[in-house]
Write a protein that binds this ligand. Structure first.
Ligand code: AP5
Length: 209
């Protein structure tokens, strides 16, 4: 299946994408993760993207489209994929149409104040990219990754002020994509409040619809 996970920052796209990718045996393609890897490695793309990411703005379309097109051409994506964080603008959605067909778009939605709580409490593993939350999804040992034992960190863009900018950026530039995909009869809305496993079940149900 070729699935897009749409939804504001902190809605749980990454958390659910990991589970869905495992269940459906397709790759999880997160543009945020790919960009962060480039920032860490200080590649040309990473250096161009970093100032936008740090301030909660979108990385320019041309850079993200080229990067995603390259990833979608890799062999593992032929059998399907979970796209997490792309497209985020109408220009990206139009470009994606030229690259591949999409079977379903799952739109995770949540109250803005819950989004802020989720993002500001998030901890990530800089080594294996596992995602935790200090209150709702804590690691077994405080500040240590369950999977690889590395020290957990906070994302630079998870400071409250930047999170609020990211939510506004989402409302201005990405939310219009809900209507875009609704008109194509691809959109499935899923309420993203509740336990992680409960939401996963809602997503599976939405995929069966
Ligand atoms: P990206 O990494 O894609 O960030 P995002 O879309 O803002 O999404 P998040 O990763 O913040 O949240 P999420 O929905 O994945 O939530 P998560 O599962 O982690 O993008 C980062 C930046 O890169 C962008 O701002 C932009 O600059 C750039 N970028 C990326 N793609 C781009 C594009 N296409 N075009 C231009 N620029 C682009 O969960 C959040 C927290 O909540 C975690 O702590 C988790 O443990 C917890 N949690 C999850 N589910 C639950 C639950 N059910 N109950 C309680 N806690 C939960």
């Amino acid at each position: 299946m070729r699935i897009i996970l749409l939804g504001p920052p902190g809605a749980g796209k990454g958390t659910q994408a990991v589970r869905l990718a495992e269940k459906l045996a397709v790759p999880h393609i997160s543009t945020g993760d790919i960009l962060r890897r480039n920032v860490v490695k200080k590649t040309k793309l990473g250096l161009q993207a970093q100032p936008y990411m740090a301030t909660g703005k979108l990385v320019p379309d041309n850079l993200v489209i080229e990067m995603t097109a390259k990833r979608l051409k890799e062999k593992d994506a032929r059998k399907g994929f979970i796209l997490d964080g792309f497209p985020r603008t109408l220009a990206q959605a139009n470009a994606l149409e030229d690259l591949t067909e999409i079977d379903v778009v799952v739109n995770l939605f949540l109250d803005p104040e819950d989004l802020v709580k989720r993002s500001t409490g998030r901890q990530v593993c800089p080594n294996c990219e596992a995602v935790y939350h200090v209150l709702t999804n804590p690691p077994r040992k405080t500040n240590v990754c369950d999977k690889c034992g590395s020290d957990l960190v906070q994302r630079e863009d998870d400071k409250e002020e930047v999170v609020r900018t990211r939510i506004t950026t989402y409302e201005d530039l990405t939310e219009p994509l809900c209507m875009y995909y609704k008109e194509k009869a691809l959109l499935r809305d899923v309420y993203a409040s509740g336990h992680i496993e409960e939401i996963f079940e809602r997503i599976l149900e939405a995929l069966r619809r």
